[in-house]
Each structure stands twice: as structure tokens, then as C-alpha cells.
Design a protein around this ligand. Structure first.
Ligand SMILES: [Zn+2]
Length: 315
């Protein structure tokens, strides 16, 4: 399991940057700057995502069949060990088969526990209803925050991997004693349609993680006052009817109007929590370019319970 890298060394021992590699200024093979395992280079390219064109950055990564040495900082297995060392075993620990295991029930309890604490704190602005803040309360807030911090670190490690298969050999997911497959927990834009179907069929409410690029953030009026909303860039899927396009729209709502202030267009983020699948609605294209087209939209949404549920991919 290897991280994407921005440096490598070539056959003559020169350090090679991404732009050197892009300009073919190196002598193969390329190797890891720390442990000398063989690497490959993928150049920058553009990808169409719905109406948007997004840039996929260049990177060096492990050449097929190679692994980093165990003490290499680019070895993600080592990174999981480091995260586990600093985490509570209640949320991340080694199981009988020697793999690490992230406990999603602890993540769920932490999300709801922190939501309750933050609600109490916001009420405490009013001195009349201020709760007694004891040692137990502070300890519990610290512990629950640490669980979510572990979940965020694990998600960042996953984001560095090529696909779910790469991470599941090293890190398993468990909810209340039952194994959860990574493909049913972590969804990238190419998986959003499957995510919608999974949510519709779900009988158990487990937290899931959705990775995507920010399309917009805004504040909108509602029945119970203003709310902030963040939308991710939606993928399109062609249908048998050339006029009809299938889409999935992902929205996160928050009563804290500044929740999404730090995010801008095309930032990559991962949000984990309890998502809902809404009804499919159809709307006609409004612009000159989309006139006559029908967008068949699947809505996936979530109310943010605590800001700790959002994880910028790079931070
Ligand atoms: Zn290495």
C-alpha cells in the first residue's frame, strides 16, 4: 500500500520532480527517494465530470508488484500503524488475523455524542440554561473528538490509495461485529450511482464516506431559518434516450452558516456520516447548451451533525 509521491530518483541518482518527469528529463528506472523501490509515473490529465472538466494531478506511484520497505514514510501500512499507536483501541486496533480494524460503531457513537455536546454548548450561550461542565464532560468530549480524528486520518490514508482493494488488504471495517466492505463504505464520484442504490436498500444505518469535489457552497432560506449547503460536482450517465441524462446530486446541510466557508470550488473533500437517498426528480436543461435535455437526478443528502465529519483530502 503506497502513497502518491511528488519526487523520485532516476537511474543516475538525480532527484526528479513531477515537471522533470512530465518533460521526460530522467533516465529510467525511477525509484523511491527513501527505500529505492521501483516507481512509475502518471502524467497530469483532464477528466470530464458532469459539466466540469477536472484536472487529475501527476504523481509517482509504486510500479505494479512492488512494495515500499516497512520503514519507508511512503508505506501506507506503516502510516496505519502510526495512526493506531496514537488512537484508542476502542476505534482502531489489530484483530486476530493481524489486520487493523476500524470500528464504525464507535465512529457512529462519536458523531452523535459530539452533536449532543455541541448542542448543549450552543445553548450555554444563554446563562439560564448553561449546563454544569464537569471533568467527565470534558473527558468525554476529548475522547469522542479523538475517535473522529482517527476516522479522518484513516480516510486520508484511503484517499491516497488507488482503489478500495489496495486498502482492504491492510485495514478492515467492522460495524457492531459485522464486516463491512470498503466498497460499501467509501464512495468516489464513479461510485455515486451505486451509493444511491445502496442507500435506498440499506436496512442498517452505518456511517459511510463520500469523496468528491466541491461544486458550490451557499446559504439558503428555509422553513426553520437559513441553512448552509455544500454541493459536490455531479457525474453524468448516458441513458438509452439521448435526451435523458442520469445524475446524482450530493448535498450537505448545516445550521451553522459558516460550516463550509473554508471550502472552494473543486476542493477535494471526504464527508462521513449518515446519508439519505431522496426521490428521483426530473428537470429540463435551462441554458442554451442544455435546452431540450432532461436531467434525471438522484438526490443524496446529509445534515451535518458536527464539523468533524468533513475532512479536506489534503491538510
Ligand atoms: Zn519507499
Amino acid at each position: 500500500m503506497g502513497a502518491k509521491m511528488s519526487k523520485a530518483v532516476d537511474a543516475e541518482g538525480r532527484e526528479i520532480s513531477l515537471s522533470d518527469a512530465e518533460n521526460k528529463c530522467y533516465i529510467a528506472p525511477l525509484r523511491c527517494v527513501h527505500c529505492s523501490t521501483e516507481l512509475s509515473f502518471t502524467g497530469q490529465y483532464l477528466r470530464q465530470l458532469g459539466d466540469d472538466t477536472v484536472t487529475v494531478s501527476a504523481c509517482f506511484k509504486l510500479k505494479r508488484g512492488n512494495v515500499h520497505k516497512t520503514d519507508c514514510p511512503f508505506d501506507l501500512t506503516e502510516k496505519v500503524t502510526i495512526v493506531a499507536r496514537e488512537s484508542s483501541p476502542a476505534v482502531l486496533s489489530k484483530n486476530e488475523s493481524g489486520k487493523y480494524e476500524l470500528r464504525l460503531l464507535a465512529v457512529k457513537e462519536a458523531i452523535f455524542g459530539l452533536r449532543d455536546i455541541e448542542n448543549k454548548e450552543s445553548k450555554s450561550n444563554n446563562p439560564e440554561s448553561r449546563p454544569k461542565v464537569g471533568k467527565e464532560y470534558v473527558k468525554s468530549k476529548k475522547q469522542l473528538s479523538s475517535y473522529l480524528s482517527t476516522a479522518r486520518q484513516v480516510l486520508k490514508i484511503r484517499a491516497q490509495c488507488e482503489d478500495n482493494r489496495e486498502v482492504e488488504d491492510n485495514l478492515e471495517l467492522v460495524f457492531n461485529g459485522n464486516r463491512v466492505h470498503w466498497k460499501d463504505f467509501y464512495f468516489m464520484d464513479q461510485d455515486y450511482f451505486r451509493c444511491y442504490t445502496n442507500l435506498q436498500r440499506a436496512t442498517i444505518n452505518i456511517p459511510i464516506a463520500i469523496q468528491g469535489l466541491v461544486r458550490s457552497t451557499k446559504v439558503v432560506p428555509g422553513k426553520y431559518g437559513e441553512r448552509a449547503v455544500l454541493n459536490l460536482i455531479s457525474p453524468y450517465r448516458e441513458t438509452d434516450d439521448p435526451k435523458v441524462i442520469d445524475t446524482v446530486n450530493i448535498s450537505i446541510w448545516s445550521s451553522n452558516l459558516s460550516s463550509f466557508d473554508k471550502f472552494k470550488y473543486k476542493d477535494s473533500i471526504i464527508i462521513f456520516g449518515f446519508w439519505k437517498a431522496g426521490k428521483i426528480d426530473e428537470r429540463e436543461g435551462a441554458s442554451e447548451k442544455t435546452k431540450g435535455k432532461v436531467y434525471r437526478n438522484r438526490q443524496i443528502s446529509m445534515s451535518l451533525l458536527t464539523n468533524s465529519q468533513i475532512c479536506p483530502e489534503k491538510s
